[in-house]
Design a protein around this ligand. Structure first.
Ligand code: NI
Length: 230
């Protein structure tokens, strides 16, 4: 082998080494990327879902404050609205819908539906559906009857899915931020629906804390349709 031939061989070997190193490094980083992707998927799958629900609104002061909190924390919630409040504050309902929250029906004026005639109860429900539709362009599919009390086999029931709750914060009774937070964080379990009212300052501040605590604990906030469909 002459000098030139040897040089060429040496160059070829060096090139081969470089190719091997590149392939090796490529392989290692590919494995790393694959591992990271798998970890991300696992983290997403491991998140426990929970739904925040707010009844009796919209309230002229506290609902916008609640929407600010939810926007800041990037959390979607479910609001069960009263028809008479929708009539008074359509702009708040519009904002709620535009910001991606789920809107449900809580009757027209918070009467106990089982104590009304079928016609009256259906009117309470249908009137509210029409009002919400006129503002958001969408008919609500979910109904939370006031006091959780609903007559079976009402003609108007067929198109609505009844949504009750798992954790009752009794925020309307205590009007105390710490009590509301404590009630939720000590009772909540995966898949739970939490009942609150966007009618109190204490509930707005409690919601802020609840979101922070539960997110740290691996919870993800979803709207009730996501829990019910599973
Ligand atoms: Ni209510």
């Amino acid at each position: 082998m002459n000098r030139i031939g040897r040089k060429k061989l040496w160059q070829k070997l060096l090139l081969l080494d470089i190719i091997c190193i590149v392939l090796l490094l490529g392989g290692v980083s590919y494995q790393k990327i694959e591992l990271q992707t798998r970890e991300t998927v696992n983290t997403i799958q491991e998140k426990k879902k929970v739904a925040l629900t707010f009844d009796d609104g919209p309230h002229p002061v506290y609902t916008p404050e609640m929407l600010d909190v939810l926007k800041e924390k990037n959390v979607k919630a479910t609001f069960f609205l009263l028809g008479e409040q929708v009539e008074k504050y359509p702009d708040i309902v519009k904002r709620m819908s535009e910001e991606g929250h789920l809107i449900g029906n809580h009757s027209y004026k918070h009467e106990q539906l089982s104590k009304l005639s079928s016609v009256q109860a259906c009117t309470q429900v249908n009137r509210t559906n029409e009002l919400i539709y006129s503002v958001t362009g969408k008919y609500p599919e979910y109904l939370r009857p006031p006091f959780g009390d609903w007559k079976d086999r009402l003609d108007c029931e067929v198109n609505m899915i009844e949504v009750l709750w798992d954790v009752d914060t009794l925020d309307w009774s205590s009007k105390n931020k710490d009590k509301v937070v404590n009630k939720v964080v000590t009772n909540v379990e995966e898949g739970d629906i939490i009942l609150m009212h966007d009618s109190y300052e204490s509930t707005v501040s409690a919601t802020k804390e609840i979101i922070d605590i539960l997110q740290k604990d691996g919870y993800e906030f979803v709207t009730v349709d996501e829990l019910i469909m599973e």
